[in-house]
Design a protein around this ligand. Structure first.
Ligand code: BGC
Length: 743
């Protein structure tokens, strides 16, 4: 992807920005300063005064839940011409994996293990969003998620801090470009700080208890990477972290984020979260909530009006020093200056149509979808399929659903326009007969609030009689085909916010249909559309070909057809472990070795009613070709603490077609200040090799990779120790060597 401004430099020096901000600050009254910290929700479900009124009074600095260029301009006109301060507004929205051209969901993008693809995707999202008049996206979501039951696993990069950090930096570069305020880009927001993915039982919003060691070694690295990549803003998480709500958590927001990491941007709360400090049993009342949030370092109140109602009084009576407010206002004004909003507050209303029509956006979405898909099984090389197939049946209600194809976190007001699986297959084989039978519908047991509030309400579920006739029709249709493509998984509303579930099984009657179709004895391909790991245990043993297509976005149907018919070779790898059962979650590869290692019979098995081994391990994925890894070597057998070594391996494409391998480096520290995980990813690279081609890949191993936060020492350490190294194609890599680290 051509990113025209990745090498540009900002038109403002830091000193220019600071001088401008100080000059502006001097012109603002107390109420106008408070206004900059207020984010007003423009959607109907938000209670309280309407945006026009609040903005005219100077009571808002930013607006969310609005997606309408004309309306942006109208509200901006009120702000810059009629409000007392004349300070322009920031328009913010959740642009998570595309604005109009929808890319694969973030978990899928992470499965590409390809930072360049991820950066390209978010650059397209930024260009389209900015053309619509948006300045700021509430993305990327950087929460490490090790519990597949948690619905929001779909929004992040999976379970691993090293992969998560690489994906975080790529997303920030994609959204923001070379610098904050780059033309045609948006300001990114690293969310949800911090620990949200570790909620008890995977239940959304539930409290989180994480040790400092887990926070610093596992949950913080993607956030730290975002700061290092220059992210403009942060969002605090909803939940209690170790009994202190993240929104009122001074340690997180002041000590770590600003103090240790030097973050200079601003922090917005999650929706209504400042007001919810009362609901959470933390603040006495709304005034106390405003005081504790701002004092903790929370700059912008998203939609709760708590700052609007109480900050002026809290400053006037001296409860909060004016300097605390001024510091928060400075960070917001600085972003507005960098974006050039004082020079050009409005958006050209004709721009969006031109930007979204760019053919390279669609091409990039198709390529990203291809690169994110993971081939889970391919017995007897059933895939790729022959283009001379004459009669195919496609089964599954997801196969012709634009919503399921574009996936979770639709942009507010967006109408899905995806190429579905069925459409993509028909376009690929225009001369074949491709029958379609949806089979029984699948529904959540408990509907989602988001559907009723945002997407016009949920539909009544199918009656059992209609489901039965859909089931029979699917089997009858399958009987006529030479090959059956089953498209199964979860609907878009089954993962995401408030979409956790206890089971990871295929919902509804999908597995029943699958078993009946497989029993027909014809070749069956399973395409999965889903935003979380699914425990497809039966399919994993009985369906010869399984492609994890995730929620692949606007071009999803074309991308799946490209892979199934061999026009693209799958090379994605799982960014998250697939457990065999929901009750095995949280399950992740980077566990510590225990006194009774899992392979030893003593005190094992871990559960007597089924081994909690992964169905598919972290890093796993097949290709239409094969690879051999040889000549693993370390540049020196031993290094001193603080020094670096390099690890090299030769990778050969040993098959008959070109393909991609993601070479992965894992380490284990044998002894030291703390016990460390049995494996940790510390390097990866996705490479393309022609048949017979060999290429060396190398990784650096130094203090950044070998150091860690020690519970025992209460600080960052790097031990003198022995490090096991494995290089391979997934987290079970067997090619081994070691590195001795001396004091
Ligand atoms: C979500 C955030 C999102 C915000 C604004 C909240 O419900 O937790 O991730 O950015 O809404 O839409």
């Amino acid at each position: 992807m051509d990113n025209p401004d990745t090498t540009g430099t900002a038109p403002w020096s830091d000193a220019d920005v600071q001088a401008r901000v100080e000059a502006l600050l001097k012109t603002l009254s107390l109420a106008e300063k408070v206004g900059q910290l207020v984010q007003i929700g423009a959607a109907d479900f938000v209670p309280g005064p309407k945006p026009d009124v609040v903005i005219r009074q100077g009571g808002a600095g930013s607006v969310l839940w609005l997606n309408d260029t004309k309306r942006f301009n109208a509200l901006q006109k009120i702000a810059v011409e009629e409000s007392p301060s004349k300070i322009p507004l920031l328009f913010a929205l959740d642009v998570i994996h595309g604005y109009r051209t929808i890319f694969p969901v973030p978990l899928a993008l992470a499965a590409s293990w390809d930072p360049a693809t991820i950066e390209g995707a978010q650059s397209v999202a930024a260009q389209e969003a900015r053309a619509a008049g948006l300045h700021w996206t509430f993305a990327p979501m950087l929460d490490i998620a090790r519990d597949a039951r948690w619905g929001r696993i779909v929004e992040g990069a999976g379970e691993d801090p090293y992969l998560g950090a690489a994906v975080a930096a790529a997303q920030v570069r994609g959204f923001q470009g070379a610098y904050l305020g780059a033309p045609g880009r948006v300001v990114a927001c690293a969310k949800h700080f911090a620990g949200y993915g570790a909620s008890d039982g995977g239940r959304d919003y539930d409290p989180v208890y994480l040790s400092e060691n887990q926070l610093r070694n596992v949950y913080f690295p993607p956030f730290r990477a975002a700061v290092d990549a220059g992210v403009g803003t942060f969002m605090s998480a909803y939940m209690d972290l170790n009994d202190v709500p993240a929104t009122g958590n001074r340690w997180l927001l002041r000590d770590v984020l600003r103090g240790e990491w030097g973050f200079g941007g601003f922090v917005v709360s999650d929706a209504f979260a400042v007001g919810n400090l009362v609901t959470q049993g933390f603040a006495r009342d709304a005034r106390d909530a405003a005081q504790r949030a701002l004092s903790a370092g929370l700059d912008v109140d998203m939609a709760s009006s708590t700052y609007l109602d109480h900050l002026t009084g809290l400053i006037e009576d001296g409860t909060i020093p004016l300097e605390v407010l001024d510091d928060a206002v400075r960070t917001i004004l600085a972003v507005k200056v960098r974006l050039g909003l004082f020079e050009q507050p409005y958006t050209d209303e004709g721009l969006l149509a031109e930007v979204i029509a760019r053919p390279e956006h669609r091409a990039e979405a198709r390529r990203a979808a291809q690169r994110s898909m993971v081939l889970l099984r391919n017995e007897g090389q059933l895939l790729p399929l022959s283009k001379s197939l004459k009669h195919i049946t496609v089964i599954g209600s997801l196969a012709n659903s634009k919503e399921a194809t574009e996936g979770s976190w639709m942009v507010f007001g967006h109408v899905p326009a995806a190429v579905t699986m069925l459409e993509g297959l028909r376009a690929k084989l225009p001369d074949a007969t491709i029958d379609y039978a949806p089979g029984p519908e699948i529904n959540r047991d408990i509907p989602s609030w988001f559907e009723s509030a945002m997407a016009g309400g949920s539909r009544a579920p199918q009656s059992p009689e209609d489901a039965e006739s859909a089931y029979q029709a699917a089997l009858a249709t399958a009987q006529r085909a030479d090959l059956i493509i089953m498209v199964l998984g979860e609907h878009a509303n089954m993962s995401g916010e408030a979409a956790s579930r206890a089971s990871l099984d295929l919902p509804g009657r999908q597995e029943e249909v699958l078993k009946a179709v497989v029993a027909l004895g014809k070749p069956v391909v399973l395409v999965l559309l889903n935003g979380r790991p699914l425990s497809i245990n039966w399919a994993a043993d009985h369906v010869p070909a399984i492609l994890e297509a995730w929620e692949p976005g606007t071009e999803g149907g074309h991308a799946v057809a490209d892979i199934l018919f061999g026009d693209a070779n799958p090379g994605g790898k799982l960014p998250v472990t697939f457990p065999r059962k929901g009750s095995h979650a949280p399950l992740y590869y980077a566990r510590n070795t225990t006194h009774s290692p899992e392979e030893s019979p003593l005190y094992n098995p871990r559960y007597w009613d089924g081994l909690p081994t992964p169905l598919y391990p972290f890093g796993y994925g097949l290709s239409y070709t094969t690879f051999a890894l040889t000549n693993l070597a370390v540049s020196a057998p031993q290094v001193r603490v603080g020094d670096s070594a390099s690890v090299t391996v030769d990778v050969t494409n040993t098959g008959a077609v070109a393909g991609d391998e993601v070479v992965q480096l894992y380490i284990h520290q044998r002894f030291g200040s703390d016990s460390r995980p049995m494996r940790e990813l510390k390097g990866f690279e996705r490479i393309t090799l022609q048949p017979g081609e060999t290429r060396p890949v190398s990784f650096a191993l130094g203090p950044a990779e070998l150091g860690y936060w020690s519970s025992h020492a209460g600080q960052w350490v790097q031990d003198a120790t022995t490090i096991d190294l494995w290089v391979g194609s997934d987290s079970r890599a067997t090619l081994h060597t070691q590195l001795v680290v001396t004091a």
